[in-house]
Design a protein. Structure first.
Length: 420
């Protein structure tokens, strides 16, 4: 009997179904949304021959959790990118109503009870169909209520380290919901060693319960020659190798005000022929919302492109004179690797997870030192040999990060959680 029970447990741990928290895959995707989407697509459609007969686990079923809805994995085939939308009074009112409701204990408890029952039912049905174990993977820290094995992905703890860099209501919501998530989690996944260490010191999580599973870079991010990129550059009025590119949602944590100040300190000749170009939608806060930014936009020294589709982003990365990413805090920093994969020289922050993510394939600067940012940009712009070395080392470095490796790591984490 004991041998039979052990065989049954091995089978459950080897054949896995996942309830995947996938809120970020639709709409205007952030870094979390991109990681979730790429990982889900890779798990659903692994490359031919990706799994060897000795692999300890396989994914037999997947359901996507988006808000309170449960969607089939077919949704991944129809996901599109959302362009920036103008502010909406209706959306603002709805967001305010949700925020008020989230502070009412009775509403929260009733919603949690109903959601728990639904997810438990979905998990039981999935387990019967595949004859294996079901794990709930929350991709963005705060877990939905669930009675089974739960793995929580942690991308960063910037809201703990620098709460002023986040909207106060977001910080308050996270602090209210985090204790329940920590109690529920069977195991944790972190995108970097830095974030894992921070989880230990900031949240008191046992390091043995954390697996580091780093994101990858999609093959679509690759070098593009000038001729192929020309239509994209023309659409945005840019010259080949004639701009400094930054890619991110515009919010205080991304340090764009210092980046703009650093750009203003470049010699006039460099500044005039290499404007600062930012690809990313508006987030929260007042970044790039002062007289200096307004004047720079008027002069053409600063160009805000808004959200840019991936197909255009590849060309913008590949033909930039330099990509700048002097963020104040990152749990990983995926744009750094995407830029490197496209053959762009990168200047980024010497701190948080970015030092490890960039390795020795970028120029690292103190993100609080405007002069240091300006000096690094100038070095790349004025030294063709340095730029060429960074392009070569960057593409080689980025090639080590694949979504297949992340998918394999997540399967092992889920198997471990189910066996706990």
């Amino acid at each position: 009997m004991a041998r039979q029970d052990a065989w049954r447990q091995d089978r459950i741990a080897a054949t896995i179904g996942v309830l995947l928290g996938a809120d970020g895959v639709t709409g205007r995707r952030s870094g979390v949304g991109r990681v979730t989407l790429e990982m889900a697509r890779t798990l659903r459609n692994p490359p031919p021959g990706d799994r060897s007969p000795g692999d300890p686990a396989r994914l037999a079923a997947m359901a996507l959790l988006i808000g309170d809805s449960v969607a089939p994995p077919d949704l991944l085939d129809h996901v599109t990118e959302a362009a920036d939308a103008p502010p909406s009074r209706v959306r603002a009112v709805l967001a305010h109503a949700r925020a008020v409701a989230s502070r009412c204990p009775t509403v929260v408890a009733l919603h949690g009870w109903r959601l728990r029952r639904r997810l438990d039912h979905v998990a039981r049905d999935m387990a019967r169909r595949i004859g294996g174990g079901i794990v709930y993977h929350e991709s963005n820290l705060i877990a939905r209520p669930f009675d089974g094995a739960t793995v929580v992905m942690v991308h960063d703890l910037s809201w703990r380290a620098h709460p002023a860099l986040h909207p106060p209501e977001r910080v308050a919501w996270l602090e209210r919901r985090l204790p329940a998530t920590l109690r529920q989690a069977t195991r944790f996944a972190s995108v970097s060693d830095f974030t894992a260490r921070t989880m230990v010191t900031q949240l008191g999580i046992d390091r043995a319960r954390i697996d580091v599973v780093s994101p990858g870079v999609s093959p679509m991010f690759r070098p593009v020659d000038a001729r192929d990129a020309a239509p994209v550059l023309a659409r945005h009025g840019l010259a080949d190798r004639g701009y400094i590119l930054a890619v991110s949602t515009i919010e205080p944590r991304k340090n764009f005000d210092r980046l703009l100040a650093a750009h203003a300190r470049l010699p006039d000749s460099l500044r005039s022929r290499t404007p600062l170009v930012i690809a990313g939608g508006r987030g929260w806060g007042r970044a790039l919302d002062d007289d200096d930014a307004a004047q720079a936009r008027c002069d053409g020294a600063l160009r805000l492109l808004g959200h840019v589709p991936d197909a255009e982003l590849v060309a913008l990365y590949a033909r930039a004179a330099v990509v700048a990413y002097p963020s104040l805090y990152e749990g990983f920093g995926l744009p750094v690797l995407e830029a490197m994969a496209c053959g762009a020289p990168v200047v980024t922050s010497d701190g948080t997870a970015l030092r490890d993510t960039a390795g020795d394939a970028a120029l690292l600067v103190d993100p609080l030192d405007t002069d240091a940012i300006a000096a690094a940009l100038r070095r790349v712009l004025e030294d063709p040999d340095l730029a060429a070395r960074l392009r070569a080392s960057g593409t080689a470095h980025a090639a080590r990060f694949t979504w297949e490796r992340m998918a394999t790591g997540m399967l092992e984490t889920w198997r471990t959680a189910l066996a706990a």
